[in-house]
Design a protein around this ligand. Structure first.
Ligand code: CDP
Length: 230
């Protein structure tokens, strides 16, 4: 499939869904094919979680959280490295202790307000963008050209994440991985501020029985339809 680059270079594409649905690998590939910027918003929540953890700040100490957010430099580079106050924390933010704390941190409206502002500023600066997260279609890019909600059964998502963790040399049991995803989904879906939900105008893709290439092809064909309508 080929696109006139002038038609696609300003596209804003939102990809949301639960943990382990394949959002980031798919979003990165779509961005690569269309030569768009890619932003993994989950990495930003993970980085703030890491900083709060290291500073031993209690999640109900809103004053301390506000001060920490004021004094944090967060940067996601073009090659997807995450820099927290200049330190490369790309690998650290994927560790189990961050997985276990990131959803509670992400319920805090102060944290969300700050990161959503940063994400919207990044989108405004870039001509086109693919972003993945939980609230991209509903909150961060409500006027996205295409909103995709990627889903899969819990068992399949846990299987994928278990394999990924092993490749990163993180040794958890399948049951531990499954329980972590389930708990994170619960907190992300039940929180009051921008919960994980399917945007009214999102296209839902169940990836349980699809290969990576099939998911990418489906999204590329949805994009092709949108570009023709422009
Ligand atoms: O990669 P995975 O799906 O496991 O998670 P992630 O995208 O790295 O996001 C980690 C966590 O950050 C999620 O479980 C949410 O709690 C939070 N998050 C959020 O609240 N809003 C976003 N836009 C992105 C992530």
């Amino acid at each position: 499939m080929s696109f006139q680059s002038s038609n696609t270079r300003t596209l804003k594409i939102a990809i949301d869904g639960p943990a382990g649905a394949g959002k980031s690998t798919v979003a990165r590939e779509i961005a690569r094919r269309l030569n768009l910027k890619y932003l993994d918003t989950g990495a930003m929540y993970r980085a703030i979680t890491l900083k709060l953890y290291r500073a031993r700040i209690s999640l109900d100490d809103l004053e301390a959280i506000a001060e920490l957010l004021e004094n944090t430099a967060l940067d996601v580079t073009a090659d997807q490295r995450v820099l927290l106050d200049g330190e490369d924390v790309t690998a650290e933010i994927r560790k189990p202790y961050v997985n276990n704390l990131v959803s509670p941190v992400s319920t805090i409206p102060l944290v969300r307000r700050k990161l959503v502002q940063m994400q919207q500023a990044i989108a405004a600066r870039s001509r086109g963008i693919v972003m993945d997260g939980r609230d991209i279609g509903t909150r961060v890019l409500p006027d996205a050209d295409l909103k995709v909600y990627l889903d899969a059964t819990l068992a399949e998502r846990a299987r994928r994440r278990f394999k990924e963790q092993l490749e990163r040399n993180i040794h958890l049991t399948f049951e531990e991985v499954e329980a972590e995803l389930k708990e994170r989904d619960r907190i992300d879906s039940e929180r009051a501020d921008s919960p994980l939900t399917v945007a009214a105008d999102a296209c839902v893709i169940d990836t349980t029985d699809l290969t990576f290439e099939e998911v990418v092809a489906k999204i590329m064909s949805l994009i092709s339809g949108r570009v023709k309508q422009r």
